[in-house]
Design a protein around this ligand. Structure first.
Ligand SMILES: NC(=O)c1ccc[n+]([C@@H]2O[C@H](COP(=O)([O-])OP(=O)(O)OC[C@H]3O[C@@H](n4cnc5c(N)ncnc54)[C@H](O)[C@@H]3O)[C@@H](O)[C@H]2O)c1
Length: 358
């Protein structure tokens, strides 16, 4: 591990970073627990072939810290954590044994970290983890789980968009007639396109999967555009729902939107784009506020009894108020919304700490 990454662990405030190494299972895991002030850390398990171990560590540190702010801002009694398995996600042979072993690693952490599915892992993998450990959520609804979080993530993004539209217009949240460009129509994006079409929005979509483009246009009347062209389509709202960092200094030269709200994590590469977005008067909905519907959904499995999907629905619709609060506070504090969202999350954590002090 390089000195700068060790520094990064301490500097970002991580409580614990654990490495598990089982060559017989082809299993190399890093689990990062960022903050457990509000409750056990929760975050998905990402399976990915990284260019280097350092890159994997950097990823898990960044993602686990983001989970702390996401859950705190959503008002969940949870901390932030994340796991990465350094492995080809297409692996089939020995997969079940690998996830059993992963479950044993969770047991070693005794509930300080709760896992779930993420990029490269699925409900099936989670069910294999579950065979070895109870510290798992995002399980199969047929076996008492809350089910696929993606539709809830999409609903939360829709609520964030409505809040941003209301904030800009001075009250009316209607998306009717609004031109929305959705980049990436996978699990979340396709649900979002459906919801937007129901709201009367005019939707443009891009994705490399031809089948998805056909479905979005035939079922929901969306206009499909080539991957790169999505940045040039005149629109009111740009919604990144594919990968991170697509809102950058190059794409911002082309985007005509006045609002950005999407599901992708880490949409902005760094703080340098704050100035560009502010100068263009773009209302930016922080990604970890807009996309918290998924963690709200899976966290329902940690409450007493069967997952209460009415509670999930109400909580996810609360993303409207959370986004409004962030945008209003950002204006009041003269800060960028993403900074203020982190500040609000940290204030909640600090308040919980001070309540605990004798
Ligand atoms: N699934 C959830 O509940 C959830 C929760 C929080 C955050 N997120 C984040 O939201 C994003 C979408 O999640 P998902 O579950 O829908 O993932 P997904 O893999 O199902 O869908 C992503 C889609 O984006 C497409 N894509 C990739 N690169 C693209 C590009 N450059 N231009 C256009 N399309 C591109 C892919 O072909 C795919 O169809 C991810 O960044 C994910 O981390 C998802």
């Amino acid at each position: 591990m390089t000195t700068s990454l060790v520094h990064s662990c301490f500097h970002r405030g991580h409580e614990q970073v654990v490495f598990f190494n089982y060559p017989d299972f082809g299993l190399r895991i890093i689990i990062a627990i960022h903050d457990t002030t509000l409750g056990p850390s929760l975050g998905g398990c990402r399976m990915r072939e990284y260019a280097s171990e350092d890159q994997a560590l950097e990823d898990v540190l960044r993602l686990s810290e983001g989970m702390t702010y996401k859950s705190a801002l959503a008002g969940l009694p949870l901390g932030g954590g994340k796991a990465v398995i350094l492995c080809n996600p297409a692996l089939q042979e020995g997969r079940q044994a690998l996830f059993h072993k992963f479950g044993e690693c969770l047991n070693a952490l005794a509930g300080r970290y709760i896992s779930a599915e993420d990029m490269g892992t699925s409900v099936r993998d989670v069910m294999w983890m579950r065979e070895a450990s109870k510290f798992v959520v995002g399980t199969d609804p047929k076996q008492g789980g809350a089910g696929d979080p993606s539709p809830w993530t999409a609903l939360g993004v829709l609520e964030a968009m409505r809040a941003a539209v209301a904030y800009r217009s001075g009250g009316d949240p209607s998306l009717k007639g609004k031109r929305v460009s959705v980049q990436g129509i996978g699990h979340v994006g396709m649900h979002l396109v459906k919801l937007l079409s129901e709201q009367g929005a005019k939707v443009s979509v891009s994705d490399s999967h031809e089948d998805a483009l056909i479905r979005a246009s035939q079922e929901f009347g969306a206009t499909a555009v080539p991957l790169e062209a999505i940045y040039d389509v005149p629109c009111d709202i740009f919604s990144p729902c594919a990968v991170g960092q697509t809102v950058n200094k190059d794409t911002l030269k082309r985007l005509s939107c006045s609002i950005i709200a999407g599901a992708a994590n880490n949409q902005l590469p760094d703080r340098s784009v704050y100035e560009i977005l502010s100068a263009k008067k773009v209302v930016y909905c922080p990604d970890f506020a807009a996309n918290s519907g998924g963690v709200i959904c899976v966290s329902a499995e940690m409450r007493q009894g069967a997952p209460d999907m009415k509670w999930v629905d109400k909580k996810v619709r609360g993303i409207f108020d959370t986004t409004t609060q962030v945008l209003v506070e950002a204006e009041r504090r003269g800060r960028f919304p993403e900074e203020v969202a982190v500040e609000l999350a940290k204030e909640r954590i600090a308040a919980a700490k001070s309540r605990r002090q004798p």
